[in-house]
Write a protein that binds this ligand. Structure first.
Ligand code: K7E
Ligand code: CUA
Length: 665
């Protein structure tokens, strides 16, 4: 205790001393000397580093063996994966295979993992990419609990469940109604429901309908997936969707505290434009931007779930759907006008304020949930849309519109009463004060733009530490920038995205840009940042013979010494162990045409003692973490000799960790 406090103090004193040193000594010889490290001032001068650079370096540098304070879970965009990054060091810790096969983790090469990927593909098709947008950490009472992570695939309307005990994907679900999604994933405060909102309206169940039947046949949707925490799975039969007008639903967010049980979802193209630039129609970008207002969808989820339980849903494509007419009549769905083509909707930590902003309007618009509820209760509507959905008066429910700058998109929060909004067109982050008790307790002028910091360039989402739950930490902000332009060395015409780390910890001082991290795998959209001590993942699998697919002991898991090969007609079944530095058996002999079922168990109990299993021609690479059992299955359709080997450098004799699959003609 004393020691760690002391070292923190020393570190702080060092940074301050350094700064003072630079500020006071224009001329200096022999600055801060570090044993074996040289003269800090000379290094700074040689590298052209300013005092601010040195402070930024001191704030992000992670000495060897020390761990980051936060984990950032970022979408991997159209890589289809999830990125795990340490903050503040911005070191990449892991790329979790989700919608795309990933050989390092053996993701998509074993029976079990192939099944998970296949379950997310439409019948008869194999999808092997995804476009991940919004990761959602599981929550307990509105606070991240570090147990699960969900993420959507915008390209194919899928949702994945990742178990944070081993950071592996456990389930992928294809939405049975829609081809695309966007307003997901977000979770309700106790992770009872995982929200997946649609994006581009279409006739359901993959049916054909011409675009001139757009209003009659095309529909939008939001799906509420029931999550079973004990099973670690979404339960499709206990899940349902709402039929929505064919507006293009965009981002959504779950209510919390006062607004617990309610869902908020943006839309654009309430014009119901259908494109056709080649036929002389206005292009989508113009056609979908004619009206001054679109509709914020306010959804009473508890009411919807009640109607679902009461049997008011119908089945479409085998899935439970609450018809639009029922939602409109029963008060499940209410619209509120929102300024033109909004993008982000973010519920503030108090649950009462919703911040909506987007692209074509320089303001953030702040709605007050208490007023929304009162207005719905009093039935004070301005009218209905053409699908019969009641519309509230904008002025009845809006508390503030704050001019922030050009192209505001997404908003996050901190514990000091500030909101942060990304400004896409301006390439900046705006810091501004919220209203209500939550902010007044910080003694600040409400609804005021305080400060801006430039980012590079064209920021989409931003993420503050725990910044979208009931108890934000603030502290760090990561700006997920779409364009990098000149920030990194030339790597050809396809440039990485740029994650920028910004220090927002000082409520009175300016925000400070600390670090640029290139992301060279896809275009990440959203990220969430959780305290590292909330992640309690396993160091090794609980038992030898563990199946990560079921998170239980695999019947085909073996202890070292129990290896065997059984032949039954043309079926050959192998139970193999992997230990430093050998497989057992090392020779596997089959005949051409045999059906091979091969179980491999890593018998190790030491942390990080992972073995791989790479088999040429048959397209197999497994990652067998300590204790793990995996199964592969194939027909030995070509005679020959196939040396298999361990793909992880596991020991001094790793090169010898090999064997032969012999397929006799
Ligand atoms: Cu890129 Cu949330 Cu899909 Cu905004 S979204 S940027
Ligand atoms: Cu086992 Cu290399």
């Amino acid at each position: 205790m004393f020691k760690s406090n002391f070292s923190k103090l020393a570190l702080a004193a060092g940074a301050v001393g350094l700064l003072l040193f630079f500020l006071t000594c224009g001329e200096r010889k022999g600055g801060v000397q570090v044993s074996g490290g040289g003269d800090l001032a000379a290094i700074a001068e040689a590298r052209g580093l300013t005092p601010a650079d040195l402070v930024a370096a001191a704030k992000t540098y992670m000495p060897t063996g020390r761990h980051d304070e936060y984990y950032l879970f970022g979408s991997g965009g159209h890589s289809g994966q999830v990125l795990v990054i340490g903050v503040p060091s911005m070191r990449l810790l892991k790329v979790i295979g989700v919608f795309t096969p990933e050989p390092w983790q053996g993701w998509g090469y074993s029976n079990e993992t192939r099944e998970v990927l296949k379950a997310g593909s439409p019948a008869g098709k194999e999808l092997n990419w995804g476009d991940t947008h919004h990761p959602a950490l599981s929550e307990t009472n509105g606070d991240y609990d570090g147990q699960f992570l969900f993420i959507n695939d915008k390209a194919n309307a899928r949702v994945a469940v990742i178990d944070l005990r081993d950071f592996e994907t456990k389930q992928i679900i294809k939405n049975p109604l829609s081809m695309s999604d966007h307003g997901g994933t977000f979770v309700t405060p106790n992770t009872d429901w995982v929200i997946e909102g649609g994006q581009y309206a279409m006739p359901w169940s993959g049916e054909y309908a011409p675009l001139d039947q757009y209003k009659e046949k095309y529909r939008g949707m939001v799906t509420f997936w029931k999550f079973d925490r004990a099973k670690g799975r979404i339960l499709p039969e206990q899940s349902f969707a709402l039929e929505l007008p064919p507006y293009w639903q965009d981002l959504s967010d779950a209510g919390k505290l006062v607004s617990d049980g309610w869902i908020f979802m943006n839309s654009f193209n309430t014009e119901m434009a259908t494109g056709g630039i080649e036929e002389g129609n206005p292009p989508f970008e113009a056609g979908a931007s004619q009206r001054d207002m679109d509709y914020l969808h306010v959804i009473n989820l508890n009411k919807a779930a009640e109607l679902f339980r009461a049997g008011k849903t119908t089945k479409i494509n085998g899935f439970n759907v609450l018809p639009l007419s029922v939602s409109a009549a029963e008060g499940v769905l209410t619209f509120i006008p929102e300024p033109k083509s909004p993008h982000g909707v973010d519920v503030a930590p108090d649950g009462n304020y919703l911040v909506i902003s987007g692209k074509l309007d320089p303001h953030a618009t702040v709605y007050n949930f208490t007023k929304i509820k009162a207005a719905i209760g009093s039935g004070n509507f301005s009218g209905k849309d053409e699908f019969g959905v009641p519309i509230l008066n904008f002025d009845d429910v809006v508390d503030a519109q704050i001019e922030l700058g050009l192209g505001p998109l997404h908003t996050q929060f901190d514990p000091n009463g500030y909101a942060y909004t990304s400004l896409f067109l301006e390439s900046a982050i705006a810091r501004w004060t919220m209203g209500g008790d939550w902010t007044q307790k910080h003694g600040k002028e409400p609804w005021t733009l305080v400060d801006k910091v430039s980012v590079h360039y064209n920021v989409g989402h931003i993420c503050t530490a725990e910044g979208d739950n009931v108890n934000p930490d603030g502290k760090y902000l990561v700006s997920l920038n779409k364009w990098a332009v000149d920030r990194f060395g030339n790597v050809g015409p396809l440039l990485p995205q740029n994650f920028q780390l910004i220090d927002v910890s000082d409520p009175r001082g300016a925000m400070q840009l600390l670090y640029d991290m290139p992301i060279g795998v896809g275009e990440p959209h959203y990220a969430q940042m959780i305290k590292a001590d909330k992640i309690n993942s396993w160091e090794v699998y609980p038992e030898v013979g563990w199946n990560p697919g079921t998170q239980s002991k695999d019947p085909n898991g073996i202890m070292p010494g129990q290896e065997k090969v059984e032949r039954n007609g043309k079926k050959v079944e192998i139970w193999m162990s992997a230990m430093r530095s050998h497989y057992n058996p090392e020779r596997v002999q089959v005949n051409k045409g045999d059906h091979v079922i091969w179980h491999i168990t890593n018998g190790e109990r030491a942390k990080d003692a992972t073995h791989g299993f790479g088999l040429p021609y048959y397209n197999v690479n497994l990652s067998l973490e300590p204790g793990e059992t995996q199964t592969i299955e194939f027909v030995a359709d070509q005679a020959g000799v196939y040396p298999f080997y361990c793909t992880e450098f596991c020991s001094a004799l790793h090169l010898e960790m090999t064997g032969y699959l012999l397929v006799k003609p």
